[in-house]
Write a protein that binds this ligand. Structure first.
Ligand SMILES: *Cc1c(COP(=O)(O)O)cnc(C)c1O
Length: 272
């Protein structure tokens, strides 16, 4: 079954040209409306690709958003939130631990010496990129009596500025992971090139899917690599066409960030 669009003359566009233009959500109603819009687009992209809409999970990304607005988003139905920086995530977790149902996913690069912080509160970590970090996370999780869903981050754009393993390094890390019983390996994560050219973005996503398909064939016992976390506000529809099972969407839900992309991805090109 083809996962590409049925009509090849209709190219799915990126929305990277909208950075800075997404309206700021300030009420529960705003959040409900934005979530409905994003969910409708996810559903349409799934239909286009011949996929079940329930095969894609929306992970709202709340980095830079203050507590008051996060509480509104939670009220509108956001039960798990993605944060790029661990200190910011940990601070928010402490401030909002009265919200029993709210869980946190850390989606940004983590230094090994901060593994303990993630082990304390996160439900999911999407930026695993070294054996050292896996070992540190597992040790702190054991101490805390917790476990963690993890995604291995892959650099699919070849840009030096992007974190993640090179595609050819992933198999070797996966082979080591069954030793860490507190880590539940779920799949792979990537950030595409921030480009307005859909084909360049698409080729990053396609690389991740092909890598997952190839790794799944001789995966180590106890490791699952079904999930593909790829796609953000500017490109999630293309990611879904290419097989994304998790899309990480911030600005299309919360509104434009004033922090430039380069703060999170040093050297991020401003081609959009
Ligand atoms: C910020 C961020 C996103 C979401 O980006 P938006 O443009 O806000 O949708 C996705 N993934 C990662 C790793 C991020 O840091």
């Amino acid at each position: 079954m083809s996962e590409r669009s049925a009509d090849p003359s209709v190219e799915t566009r990126t929305r990277h040209d909208q950075h800075g233009l997404w309206p700021i959500a300030e009420t529960v109603e705003d959040f409900r409306r934005n979530l409905a819009t994003v969910n409708a687009r996810i559903e349409a992209a799934c239909a286009q690709a011949g996929r079940d809409k329930n095969s894609v999970r929306l992970l709202p990304v709340s980095k830079t958003v203050d507590e008051a607005r996060i509480r509104l988003a939670h009220e509108a139905g956001c039960l798990m939130l993605g944060e790029n920086k661990v200190q910011e995530a940990s601070r928010k977790w402490q401030a909002m631990n009265d919200l029993q149902a709210l869980r946190w996913s850390v989606i940004g690069h983590l230094q090994t010496n901060k593994a303990k912080v993630v082990a304390q509160f996160a439900s999911e970590f999407q930026a695993l990129d070294s054996l050292r970090l896996a070992r540190a996370l597992d040790r702190h999780l054991q101490d805390a009596g917790r476990s963690l869903d993890v995604f291995v981050q892959v650099n699919t754009s070849g840009e030096d500025s992007k974190y993640g393993l090179r595609p050819e390094e992933v198999a070797a890390l996966l082979r080591e992971l069954p030793a860490f019983s507190s880590l539940r390996v779920r799949g792979l994560m990537t950030l595409a090139v921030l480009s307005a050219e859909p084909e360049r973005v698409r080729s990053c996503f396609r690389l991740l899917r092909n890598l997952r398909d190839q790794l799944r064939q001789d995966r180590p016992d106890g490791i699952e690599i079904d999930e593909l976390s790829m796609g953000m506000s500017g490109d999630y529809e293309i990611a879904i066409e290419e097989g994304a099972t998790v899309v990480r969407v911030g600005q299309a839900i919360f509104g434009a960030r004033s922090t430039p992309d380069a703060f999170y991805w040093p050297g991020a090109s401003d081609t959009h």
